[in-house]
Write a protein that binds this ligand. Structure first.
Ligand code: FAD
Length: 472
């Protein structure tokens, strides 16, 4: 009998428990994808995510065809689509891999109940995490709110799922319904602003495995230290691949473990720890689903965020704040759909502290522009920097973007790459061009003559807001 295999953020053939369940259960799998962006609630996928998904779905279809099958696309809503597919194909089972975003968790629970109520086999699996959000608990049985004990518990329970290669052959389903062509989903930007993205990225399972290989052979050596320097290829760049499920995290973790030997233990531990932050973010999102909108730390609910000036917000978004490291990050994001982690922290701090804007304004912009936009990681990242999050940096610790640039882009190479009009400025002026307005006007007339918010004044205003909250 046929079974529907409903692909979501698990766009791969290897290590895919839902696909395996269908094949091992003796079913003929019918691989399907349902386009239903409204079901994401307030967080319908952003434009950069859509652009990635289009290519990743195409890659999955190609891979399925090599195995004798193919991917069929349908336009939602999901439940009636699944029901009509069941009716049309005579499928006896529906298999999928779980998602943990609050709106999807609610939807999937309902769908599972409905399908089971119809007498179908409906089953979901874990394809995305080393530890599902409910697996790890404090000694008191509560969810974790602090990373270090969470990660200690994870390492104590450490057991990686065995890697399972892509099935050799997938029995084909030759009948209808055919579904709609991928292009009909209109995931690809019509104006081609994503053209630059694909020099840096190859969406899909093959691209994910290549990124892992490149990381193991290159940046893993010295990762613990190099990961903070944005002009070096010092990190794995696996984040969009992991988000779309093009590679299993346990594959990545096992590949890292397999490299152990010699002096690289610290680098491997550091890389595993970052995967741990991803796990922690999903743990938090599951247990505290309101935090996509609201402060994790409710003490900040009375915080007096600054009123947003649309022109200033736009200057931040477009990389025209007049603070070179901030502008470089925002332009890297716009050009490639990704930004280095160190710089994400710097631009987020500038928005939430120096400008005093609510972290939601930044989270929304990242959501639309990042190819790795991920509700768990993005929410945690923004709340962490803003000081409102679980285990967050204290609010009064305001990143100084100039010190950050001096420390992590001391030669100004990252700045010169993404803000080319500053490449002619000598050091150290390139990092702080406002210090010599004459030189700036002469050598980079198009660059803002001074920061939208002066660094010292912005920092003082942030601390003042914080004192007010505490009632000092
Ligand atoms: P590596 O350093 O190679 O790390 C390996 C993997 O570990 C990453 O691919 C990622 O899956 C995970 N990881 C690494 N750092 C973190 C972290 N701090 N939190 C959670 N997971 C982590 N990451 C996203 O995937 N999606 C987001 O939407 C996102 N938004 C962010 C917003 C802010 C304000 C900040 C400060 C961070 C955000 N991050 C987000 C986390 C982090 O910046 C990226 O995961 C990382 O830069 C991806 O690059 P990489 O794959 O080369 O990372």
């Amino acid at each position: 009998p046929p079974a529907l295999v409903w692909f979501r953020n698990d766009l791969r053939l290897a290590d895919n428990p839902a696909l395996m369940a269908a094949i091992e259960g003796g079913y003929v799998p019918i691989p399907i994808h349902i386009h239903a962006p409204d079901e994401a609630g307030d967080w319908r996928p952003g434009a950069a995510s859509d652009a990635w998904r289009h290519r990743s779905l195409a890659a999955l279809d190609t891979a399925l065809r090599k195995h004798g099958s193919r991917l069929r696309h349908f336009v939602g809503p999901s439940l009636p689509t699944l029901q009509s597919l069941v009716a049309a194909t005579g499928a006896e089972a529906v298999f999928w891999n779980r998602r943990y975003e609050p709106a999807y968790e609610r939807r999937d629970t309902r769908i599972k109940q409905q399908l089971r109520g119809q007498g179908l086999r409906a089953e979901s699996f874990n394809a995305a995490l080393l530890f599902e959000p409910w697996m790890l608990r404090t000694k008191q049985g509560d969810p974790f709110k602090v990373f270090t004990p969470f990660w200690r518990a994870a390492l104590a329970a450490w057991r990686l799922a065995p890697g399972v290669d892509a099935p050799k052959a997938i029995p084909p389903w030759r009948e209808g319904p055919e579904g709609v062509p991928l292009a009909a989903l209109k995931l690809q930007p019509s104006r081609g602003w994503d053209r630059g993205f694909w020099e840096a990225w190859e969406p899909g399972e093959a691209g994910a495995h290549e990124a892992l290989e490149t990381f193991l052979e290159g940046a893993l050596r010295g990762y613990g230290e190099q990961r903070d320097f944005p002009d070096r290829a010092g990190t794995s760049r696996l984040s969009p691949h992991l988000h779309f499920g093009e590679i299993a995290p346990w594959r990545v973790a096992a590949a890292l473990e397999a490299q152990r030997g010699g002096a690289n233990g610290q680098d491997i531990d550091a890389a595993l720890r970052e995967l741990g932050w991803r796990e922690f973010a999903h743990h938090l999102l599951h247990h505290f689903p309101h935090t996509t909108e609201q402060n994790f730390n409710s003490r900040f609910d009375g915080f007096d965020w600054a009123r947003v000036s649309p022109a200033t917000l736009e200057a931040w978004q477009q990389g025209r704040t007049g603070v070179p490291i901030v502008d470089a990050g925002m332009r890297e994001l716009w050009s490639t759909g990704w930004m280095h982690n160190r710089v994400r922290m710097v631009v987020a701090s500038y928005l939430t502290k120096h400008l005093g804007y609510h972290w939601r304004h930044g989270a929304r912009w990242f959501w639309d522009t990042l190819v790795d936009a991920d509700l768990a990681n993005n929410t945690m990242g923004w709340q962490w920097v803003a000081g409102t999050g679980a285990d967050a940096a204290p609010y009064f610790r305001v990143f100084n973007p100039l010190t950050q640039a001096e420390k992590f882009d001391g030669q100004g190479r990252y700045i010169a790459r993404w803000v080319p009009e500053l490449a002619n400025l000598p050091l150290p002026l390139r990092l702080a061009p406002w210090r010599e307005p004459g030189e700036l006007r002469r050598l980079a007339p198009a660059y803002p003559p001074h920061p939208v918010v002066d660094l010292a004044a912005g920092r003082e205003a942030a601390l003042q807001r914080y004192r007010q909250l505490r009632g000092d």
